[in-house]
Design a protein around this ligand. Structure first.
Ligand code: BES
Ligand code: MN
Ligand code: ZN
Length: 505
């Protein structure tokens, strides 16, 4: 695997690397360090600004090759637009854009000079940290299986960058401010790696092993094997796993960061279907390869728990994920089978491709029984229908509590991971009533995302609960300045921010 580039902070006065990016606001006034480089080079930067008619518009660029006397071979100006108006997420996006411009030039090292005058009220070190955060997210690459592209000195790999130096007024403070963002970036990257990994490599057992690595950041990990899951009578979850030769796992991650060890935890539940063929109700073959990403919810929970541990969040949180493979075989669940869930509620399985809700239903019941959580948030690539409704920019949010809804929507508007609230309604509960069992796992032709949510709701007992359907956003979402990857790591930043703003104070 290619090593990730290192991101370090240095003073403004340090000698810039041969590739150097300078941020400039729409007043086109150079900051102190850039002005100094400009005068040493005999006004080369100012002349280039004129010649290129560079106005400092947001994300516009102008490039100088080999400006004289300053030891820089490429100097790239990137516009900030109205620097005073930039919000947190704008700085993150700009950091991503700068990193993208740098890696496109296939250099090994680069400097990003952060000295623009008139930047927003945020402290200079916070801005440097946010830029570094965006760069870390952008510089991600999943290339471990590309062994024959022939990358060498002349044909550099997409990310040939080894080191990015952020030059700013107070590098020590910036480094300290970056620590929490770096923890979150690492969480996002863990989630992306899990989603990108093919299912032959990442079965339930291997996934559970990766969860074990969270112990390095102080998260306690408990893994249940198939016998233990059977002893707990998680009959719905096991009905999904039973067609596969690879046995199920349930992984539980415990983070005790609150001052009181006994403070009720927040619970995060993830759908971890390592591959979803549909089972006996098999999916069409075109595009089925994408179903290696049907564990995007579980990946998000793992990434989040990593971030909480690494940044030592002041909260108690539980992450729990159900790891199964949905396969057709002689031992697979059949349409029409009736299974008994952990809660005792019986479920008629009318379509074995509606499997995620079976996994989540058991985990929702279990988490309430064992942990009495303050709230529950589940994440799942649950339905194609959510993409029909919302496309691939928004995840669907179903929530039984208005306060929780607004807390999540607030966090969403800070991080830019978009959520749209969807309805829970008694009418949808009616659509999953079964003639032969307590409920059925299929709602009929319409409102597929809503009847799936209604199914999950039937396992929730008097606890604030949110269900996030991220089928559209967890994988194959539109690329952005901060996400170059198929597996996006969507939701890690959102939930980290939700916790930091509302549950750590
Ligand atoms: N994992 C799929 C949903 C999905 C589809 C996620 C495409 C990402 C991309 C889920 O298990 C599923 O198959 N849902 C069915 C439910 C139906 C059978 C009621 C669907 O959405 O078609
Ligand atoms: Mn399915
Ligand atoms: Zn699925």
């Amino acid at each position: 695997m290619t090593d990730r580039p290192e991101i370090i902070f240095a003073s403004l006065g340090a000698d810039p690397e041969a590739m150097c990016v300078v941020l400039v606001g729409d007043d086109v006034v150079l900051g102190p360090r850039a002005s100094e480089l400009d005068s040493r080079s005999g006004g080369a930067i100012g002349k280039a600004v004129e010649a290129a008619q560079f106005k400092g518009k947001k994300k516009s660029t102008a490039e100088l090759l080999a400006p004289p006397r300053i030891g820089i071979s490429r100097l790239l100006l990137i516009g900030l637009g109205k620097a005073a108006d930039l919000k947190e997420s704008d700085w993150v996006t700009l950091g991503g854009a700068a990193a993208g411009a740098i890696s496109a030039r296939k250099v090994k090292t680069a400097s990003l000079i952060v000295d623009a005058a008139g930047a927003s009220e945020a402290k200079a070190e916070t801005i440097a940290a946010l830029l570094a955060f965006g760069a870390a997210l952008r510089l991600y690459e999943f290339s471990k299986y590309q062994t024959k592209k022939g990358y060498d000195e002349d044909n550099a790999a997409p990310n040939s960058l080894k080191k990015l130096v952020i030059q700013c007024a107070n590098p020590e403070k910036a480094r300290a401010a970056f620590a929490r963002y770096e923890a979150v970036a690492n969480g996002v990257i863990i989630a992306r790696d899990l989603v990108n990994e093919p299912a032959n490599v990442l079965g339930p057992i291997e996934f559970a092993e990766r969860v074990g690595e969270l112990e390095k950041v102080g998260v306690e990990v408990e893994i249940f094997d198939a016998d233990q899951i059977a002893e707990l009578k998680m009959g719905a979850l096991l009905a999904v796993a039973q067609g596969s030769v690879r046995p199920a796992r349930v992984a539980i991650m415990h983070w005790h960061g609150a001052k009181s060890k006994r403070a009720k935890p927040l619970a995060f539940i993830g759908k971890g279907v390592v591959f979803d063929t549909g089972g006996i109700s098999i999916k069409p073959s075109a595009g089925m390869e994408d179903m290696k990403g049907d564990m995007g919810g579980a990946a998000c929970v793992v990434g989040l728990m990593h971030a909480l541990g690494e940044r030592k969040a002041n909260v108690n949180a539980i992450g729990i994920i159900g790891l199964v493979e949905n396969m057709p075989s002689g031992t697979a669940t059949r349409p029409g089978d009736i299974v008994t869930s952990y809660s005792g509620q019986t479920v008629e399985v009318l379509n074995t491709d509606a499997e995620g809700r079976l996994v989540l239903g058991d985990l929702i019941s279990y988490v309430q029984d064992r942990f009495k959580p303050r709230l529950i948030i589940d994440l799942a690539t649950l339905t194609g229908a959510i993409m029909v409704a919302l496309g691939k920019e928004y995840a669907g949010l179903f929530v039984n509590d208005d306060k929780l809804a607004s807390e999540l929507l607030d966090a969403s508007s800070v991080t830019g991971e978009k959520l749209w609230r969807m309805p829970l309604d008694n009418a949808f509960d009616k659509m999953i009533e079964s003639k032969n069992a307590d409920i059925k796992n299929l709602g009929g032709r319409w409102a597929g995302a809503c009847t799936a949510a209604a199914f999950l709701k039937s396992f929730v007992k008097d606890t604030p609960w949110a269900h996030i359907d991220l089928a559209g956003t967890a994988m194959d979402a539109p690329k952005s300045e901060i996400n170059p990857s198929w597996g996006s790591g969507w939701g890690v930043r959102l939930l980290d921010r939700f916790i930091a703003d509302r549950y750590e104070k």
